[in-house]
Design a protein around this ligand. Structure first.
Ligand code: SF4
Ligand code: SF4
Length: 472
């Protein structure tokens, strides 16, 4: 494999351009130009996934909210399934899958999460779109509008923008709360000012931070506040493809003449700066990869549109790896990259686990606790008694009527196993069982037997717990 130093011409070109900088937010806010293109369409698609956040809580399943995180009852309802704290491992594996997916995506294609899906960049994109509708649909018009003296027209347009921003921020807060309580009821509670305190607190926090972060802070959140942005550098390697400027092809830059002809002996870049104008974080990607780049690809769209106009091939700015640009190496197959293989294996493990979990949920969970102090007692008539506490969790959404009995100790008598115990959904009704064996027929040591719980009217629900009887 060749080293960078062995390819002096290319490295010199990149070194000459390299100018690592961070747009610190001082001075004028970034006002990015909007234009169509492949990556803008992809970004719009990624953004549209967030509609699930707003609409998901209103989805019904079997007459109930399809997805509901019921924290007071410690239940997570998911399309007819109810998960309890005991099932947390399935949720943990789901989170593991998405965490590793994020790492894998970053390793393969950089901060694609930031560029196409992150709530901060998505909300900022929506807020700046609204701003452009009120204040001018080009950066030039917006700058002119902002520099103009305050008039009634300007005040009304500014006010309109902030009203729409606030409406979205409030809706964001309400939508968050709607995942944790009945969504339809929530609206009634809010309008009648009857909502619980946590709802008002969540709404207030989300409204404030959405309005502030998306309306005012914008790319500064990515630069200064987001921990994930800091972490991603360690997930890159020289094979990670990122939006990058092909300096060997683009340099030296030349201007177009008035007649639209490129200067002689110049590269493909005509220094139109459209790639900078569209960048939501104010970066000039021609100076090399920058900390603020969220890999949204909008500069690629911009440059491709220029290349089309000057009849040059597209791809002066393109998704390319360090090795491709600096060493001329063709793309390395994903399956030859160890970290991608490791990420894939972890994802496969977690998705298999999640699949197993979702297909093996039991409608009940049955546990029996053997009294330890004392392990047994000897009754006045000589019988040996062990004490147990039976706990059956009803994970269905219907009350269960449960009968208990024991199997495997033919000479035992049992006290406390009442029949027809009603257990409400999500509840446990502890039952104390006293199991006795006559001492003359009981050898010392451990005697295995089963507690059996069956549901009246639902033979499919039957649980068995292996217990031991201890005799001196
Ligand atoms: S440099 Fe290009 S890819 Fe990076 S944030 Fe700016 S527009 Fe997006
Ligand atoms: S859009 Fe393309 S041609 Fe225009 S300045 Fe950027 S890299 Fe050069």
């Amino acid at each position: 494999m060749s080293k960078l130093s062995e390819i002096p011409i290319k490295v010199e070109v990149y070194d000459a351009l390299s100018d690592w900088e961070v747009h610190t937010g001082e001075g004028e806010n970034v006002i990015a130009k909007r234009m169509k293109g492949r990556f803008r369409t992809l970004k719009n698609f990624g953004m549209s996934v967030w509609l699930i956040y707003f609409l998901g809580p209103y989805l019904r399943w079997d007459g109930h909210q399809a997805v509901l995180l019921d924290i007071p009852k410690q239940q997570f309802h998911l399309f007819g399934l109810t998960l309890y704290p005991q099932d947390i491992w399935v949720l943990s594996l789901t989170l593991l899958f998405f965490a590793i997916l994020l790492a894998a995506a970053t390793s393969i294609a950089g901060r694609v999460f930031c560029g196409y899906f992150c709530f901060q960049t998505v909300w900022t994109d929506v807020f700046t779109f609204i701003e452009s509708q009120f204040e001018g649909n080009t950066p030039q018009k917006q700058r002119k509008f902002n520099a103009a003296p305050l008039t009634a027209n300007k005040a009304i347009r500014k006010l309109g923008k902030h009203v729409v921003w606030l409406a979205i921020a409030i809706l964001t807060g309400i939508s968050f709360s709607a995942w944790f309580t009945d969504a339809y009821q929530l609206w009634g509670d809010i309008f009648s000012l009857q909502a619980a305190t946590p709802v008002w607190v969540a709404m207030g926090i989300f409204t404030f931070f959405t309005y502030w972060f998306a309306g005012f802070m914008r790319e500064q959140v990515c630069f200064w506040l987001c921990p994930y942005a800091r972490l991603q550098g360690v997930m890159y390697d020289q094979e990670t493809v990122l939006p990058a400027y092909d300096a060997v092809r683009g340099e030296p830059r030349g201007k177009l003449s008035r007649s639209g002809v490129q200067e002689a002996n110049k590269g493909s870049c005509i220094d139109c700066k459209l790639c900078v104008a569209v960048c939501p974080t104010g970066i000039d990607i021609r100076k090399g990869q920058q900390e603020g780049c969220i890999t949204c690809g909008l500069c690629i769209d911009a440059c491709d549109s220029i290349m089309d106009k000057i009849n040059e091939p597209r791809g002066l700015i393109r998704y390319a790896s360090h090795k491709e640009l600096h060493q001329g190496q063709t793309k390395v197959s994903l399956w030859k990259r160890p970290r991608v293989i490791v990420y894939s294996l972890i994802m496969a493990f977690s998705i298999i686990g999640v699949g197993y979990g979702f297909t093996h949920f039991e409608p009940t969970e049955f546990n029996v606790v053997h009294e330890r102090r004392p392990l047994y007692i000897q009754m006045s008539n000589g019988d040996i008694q062990n004490k147990y506490t039976l706990k059956l969790l009803n994970k269905t959404d219907q009350p269960l009527v449960v009968n208990y009995h024991i199997e495997g100790l033919p000479s035992a008598s049992v006290e406390g196993l009442e029949q027809g115990i009603t257990i409400q959904p999500g509840k446990i009704v502890p039952v104390t069982a006293l199991v006795r064996l006559p001492s003359d027929t009981t050898s010392s040591g451990l005697h295995e037997f089963d507690f059996v719980a069956t549901s009246e009217g639902n033979s499919a629900i039957s649980n068995r717990y292996k217990a031991v009887f201890i005799a001196p």
